[in-house]
Design a protein around this ligand. Sequence first.
Ligand code: D41
Length: 670
Amino acid sequence: MIEPAQRAAALREQLHEHAHRYYVLDDPSVPDADYDRLYRELEALEAEHPELIVPDSPTQRVGAQPNSAFEPVRHRLPMLSLANAFSEQEVRDFDRRARERAGEDALVYVVEPKMDGLAVSLTYERGLLVKAATRGDGRTGEDVTANVRTIRQVPLRLSGDVPELVEIRGEIYLPLAGFHEMNRRLEADGAKTFVNPRNAAAGALRQLDPAVTARRPLEIVCYAVGHLEAGSLPTTHMELLELIAAWGLPVSSLNQRVDSIDDCLRQYAELQAAREELPFEIDGVVYKVDDLAIRETLGQVARAPRWAIAHKFPAEEVSTRLLDVEFQVGRTGALTPVARLDPVFVGGVTVSNATLHNMDEIERKDVRIGDRVVVRRAGDVIPEVVRVLIDERPDDVQRVEQPAACPVCGSDVVRAEGEAIARCSGGLVCSAQREGALRHFVSRRAMDVDGMGDKLIEQLVASGRVQSPADLYTLTQDELASLERMGEKSAANLVAALERSKQTELGRLIYAIGIREVGEVTAQSLANAFGDLPALIDADEEALLAVPDVGPIVARHVRSFFEQEQNLGVLESLRELGVRWPKIEVVESPAEQALSGKTFVLTGSLETMTRDDAKARIQASGGKVTGSVSRKTDYVVAGADPGSKLAKAEALGIEVLDEAGLRALLGDAD
Ligand code: D41
């Protein structure tokens, strides 16, 4: 066993090194979650053995040491820190303590997104910006006035009625688009890139030359008033935020006032769901007691207010050991290297596999078996290995070799010139490809056969009973009921689901048959352009290229798909077995349709039509429907109980339509 004193010293040394890279060099070596874990371990060790606490322990200094390149600024009022909560229980404990101290039954809170940036203080004298400082250790920060003055969102003069002197606090951050753009340029110049937007923002803010800062698209969100002279404040935090906004400073449009801690938790879930869609990074939400008088009563403990808490989202990036790399074969034969990991909790779930994308990525990231790697899982996105902690590479790591033969069927693995992806050349001989094709065929957005799970497909392929999608429609209830893990009831349900799926739409069918590079949107475009299957089968390259969304590569894949006799055979069988779809009326010149070039996002439930109906109508008028809101979205159609997409649309200033608004665009008479 390691002695506590030895362990504490090791932790201190690691934390010092990490903190130096994080705060001074703006170039952290490990994910924040790793740092937090080491920090909490040291805290716990010191709590158990107080004699191990040394004055220069990282736990004895909260925040950053000022960088000597900038003048120190003593904050007139200390910039407090925020206590963290990582679980619902911790949040409820916080609320209970606050209610008890305040003697209230329930507290009104304001929920704010927790921007992942740098806290700053802006001092305005008679409305003029005179000083901008980083938070530093909370008492003393760095004078970054010259750099902050280059941020367009920061007014150099406040508007309206302003106090003699007021200090505003907020968070400076770099939106994701700016971050990616900045890294692209750094990479093109062969320079070192930033690992995350916050470090990039810190780097930008601490430039010695403000002209460099000026070229970084930094933004700010303000959330508090610090020192104040000769002015008065409203009685609630929400009004305070409104006042800050009236002075001309940016305030988050996602802030919400709520009546209870339950609503706080609901808002947490909403923002967590919206997180991936937001144009900037947030690492949690902050709950703040709204009533300023109650805040006075609550006061602070250590250097954090008792009236506010940060509820953190689960870390999206953590590090773990890469145990092995295996190759998975997809429905197009593509070989995907999959990392087998020492299981870790990331993005809210335990992950033991992550994608490595392809061999080029493995080379680029220099990933070797045995490495300590950073794993990222954001939202519903498949977990991926993002980088190697090269400083921690053991001596005995092994290179990843691409297999020469398919790990499933043994056929040759080939890699076409200029392609990043290697493929199994076995085609439908390869059971992995056959299974993949079937999984895709029955999936919800394709033929939507409810209850046809992966395990069942595996059995049907292994026994040779199902070779092609058409074979699915020849399965009988008795036959299904005799399979492993299948009862009479599920067999009956499955037959019914297969039967139901026969009545489909052309776009779905085109998507379902799995033509390379033809996704849902392209399949729908092809359906709209050709109206029925025979016309599509006969379409030559020129006709295909005239379809929106279709380029030379897609056109070639479509042609080669329909040139294969066996594919035509499968389509014919599907028809014989009863698969049907309505013809689509072909509009000659799609460019002149009402909604051409317009992109829609649907959210919430509509009253007079389903979302799928609305989607079909929009597409029939030449519009495009996508799943997530971005700057490219033209309209968000919001029904009842809209989700985070509405919040994002509002944050991005995108036009929001109700059902009547959509009908008006579609040309429906009212
Ligand atoms: O968005 C944020 N990162 C954020 C940070 C926020 N929305 N509110 C905050 N409120 C405070 C108090 C309650 C202490 C005025 C904060 C921070 N503090 C904060 N940021 C960095 C340290 C503390």
